[in-house]
Design a protein around this ligand. Sequence first.
Ligand SMILES: [Fe+2]
Ligand SMILES: [Fe+2]
Length: 162
Amino acid sequence: MAGERIAAIAAHPRFREQYALLWAAEREREFCGHDMAHLLDVARLMYIYALEDGAALSRELIYAAALLHDIGRYAQCSAGTPHHIAGAALAGEILESCGFSPEETGRVQRAIAAHREAPGTEDDALSAYLYRADKASRRCWDCPAAAACNWPKEKRNKTVGY
Ligand SMILES: [Fe+2]
Ligand SMILES: [Fe+2]
């Protein structure tokens, strides 16, 4: 069980609203999407990394970062705001009303804001795991749209990892 605060995020009206808008916008998308399967793949990979490393990160912080990391995607599609920026702002709004402290909220927002770059684990494990899990979650080797994908070949996942 991920906890009551995670259930609160998943049921939060703002989360549901933005998720539904993005889901509808990506319905016909042939490339990687940002649906619940992706969000949960990222959460579970992050949790595996934390267990393997014995990292002192709570499951709730991990799931909060994973569930919310792409919540700004619809704002990017509709208004052009980069999704890591829009997502960090939306996450602040959502986490505050789901019982996360300002310190926890700030940590999740930092991880979301940094999830398109590659932070070092020693700087911030939550951010580092989010970046790594986001990339590792993609099944490039099994993707029917691989020929048309603009993701650089050297960055693609070549086979099963986790
Ligand atoms: Fe993203
Ligand atoms: Fe993602």
